[in-house]
Design a protein around this ligand. Structure first.
Ligand code: AMP
Ligand code: MG
Length: 344
């Protein structure tokens, strides 16, 4: 009798185990990673259609890179930059229009015609260098977003100054993230995230209904060391920082975000600027712009914009979070070097 009960229990346990592993629905998400637009793209999509949607997103990212990258010879941007003749691309006109809007409101701190200077500094190359002052002064004459001729009706654009170069590095990832989110929404996806090299957008909540938790990189820590967590739903989080691409010479850090007023890597009081809002293209332009503008001017700019929040980190390792974002921010500094200025 005792034996029979034991066998019965073992059988029940076996059935239970089988049901837990074999009968329960598979975790319904797909995660994919690829290297595009000069960065690692990670996406996680939940739902029945996840595989198909994740694939659509990667294809779209490919298409965007083909049209927008200065490293793709046949891209519209390469044509615009090399020939000085008119290009026809609805996608680029839309991005340039948004770029212009953020150039205007940031008083030129964001400027996609920064291309010649980005190239001259070579921060993205094997041989970065400090250009001669005179060379910087020469190239600065080419930096002028107002001189881009855009024909909105015909969807054409052209550059007017010889040697001018457009660099969409400060805005293209945001645009791409929005496109990824749109693909999710068009396909009824309720839960997803996409991360384009630190430029994150999320769809809905996590499948269990909780907010997505996005770690904020410690600008002076190793990759993956955080200074805080943002809890977000249906938002984008975009950071610009002087730690992303840089070289050090004579003890000075020369990074990849150029101040269009000086031609040098911006020397504001910020070491990172994170924007949280609805549209990633706007967050991308604004994170770059605010990084150049510095703490006080950025706070003022954001007060004039609706639904745009930020986390600013200053050189003296203080963290400032805009009022409406404070309840979604958890200060979590593993290094113990940062101060959260809660009343700043
Ligand atoms: P982000 O990481 O979004 O701040 O973008 C930085 C990238 O944007 C750089 O690597 C350059 O390609 C480009 N860039 C640099 N300075 C500026 C600027 N002042 N305005 C617009 N784009 C810039
Ligand atoms: Mg940007």
């Amino acid at each position: 009798m005792k034996n029979e009960r034991s066998i019965m229990l073992i059988l029940l346990a076996a059935i239970f185990l089988y049901c837990c592993t074999g009968c329960s629905p598979k975790l319904d998400f797909v995660e994919k990673e690829s290297f595009q637009m000069g960065t690692v793209i990670t996406e996680r999509v939940y739902g029945d259609n996840a595989e198909n949607v994740a694939e659509q997103i990667l294809n779209r990212m490919h298409g965007i890179e083909d049209n927008l990258s200065i490293n793709v010879k046949t891209s519209s941007i390469s044509k615009l930059n090399s020939s000085g003749t008119s290009i026809h691309s609805e996608e680029i006109i839309n991005i340039l229009e948004t770029a212009k809007k953020f150039s205007d409101i940031s008083n030129g701190a964001f400027d996609v015609t920064i291309g010649p200077l980005v190239k001259e500094w070579g921060v993205f190359t094997e041989n970065p260098r400090i250009p001669a002052k005179q060379r910087i002064a020469e190239l600065l004459k080419l930096v002028d977003y107002k001189s881009i001729v855009i024909n909105k009706e015909e969807k054409t654009a052209k550059l007017t100054k010889d040697g001018q170069l457009i660099d969409l590095g400060g805005i293209a990832k945001g645009y791409a993230a929005d496109e990824a989110v749109n693909i999710c929404l068009q396909n009824g996806v309720k839960s997803a995230y996409i991360n384009l090299g630190g430029n994150v957008s999320v769809v809905g909540t996590k499948p269990d209904g909780s907010p997505w938790r996005i770690g904020l990189q410690n600008p002076r820590g190793l990759e993956g060391e955080y200074i805080g967590i943002l809890n977000i739903v249906n938002k984008t989080v975009v950071t610009s920082g002087d730690y992303e691409r840089y070289f050090i010479k004579g003890g000075v850090r020369y990074h990849h975000i150029i101040d269009p007023k000086t031609g040098y890597p911006s020397k504001s009081d910020l070491i990172s600027s994170t924007i949280v809002t609805d549209k990633s293209i706007e967050a991308d332009a604004l994170s770059t712009a605010t990084f150049v503008l510095g703490l006080e001017r950025s706070k003022k700019l954001l007060r004039s914009l609706k639904g745009v929040e930020a986390v600013f980190v200053t050189k003296d390792k203080k963290i400032y979070v805009t009022d409406n974002l404070k309840k979604y921010f958890t200060f979590m500094d593993e290094s113990g070097e940062y101060t959260y200025v809660e009343k700043g």
